[in-house]
Design a binder for this molecule. Sequence first.
Ligand SMILES: [Zn+2]
Ligand SMILES: [Zn+2]
Ligand SMILES: [Zn+2]
Length: 115
Amino acid sequence: MRTFETTDDTKEEAKSERTEKIEEQKQKIQCIYCEAVLAEIEDEGPIVCLNCGKKAPYCEICKNIIVAGEKIVQVEACNHVFHKNHIQEWIKVKGTCPICKEQINEEHLRSFLPK
Ligand SMILES: [Zn+2]
Ligand SMILES: [Zn+2]
Ligand SMILES: [Zn+2]
């Protein structure tokens, strides 16, 4: 025997499945320095960690801030910071820093260790 509640027969879509998916997509945004959870991003622009007071770095290539758990590299010549895979792909095509147009190559990248 089925126990259907037929109060509304115009909508038959299963809503429970949808809400589960939305929760999965919500990614936690954590400070790369102290791993405190950062406030949700509403506008583009610098996000300052309320816990340690440091600014979350922003990847100019994908237009997202860089958060804990991601691979980060810094360009030696100009100190700009990017997602590792993004700047590697960028260099292959452009050969310059996306922010300051400095001529760079793979050898100018060093892994960025937040401390
Ligand atoms: Zn922090
Ligand atoms: Zn990126
Ligand atoms: Zn640069």
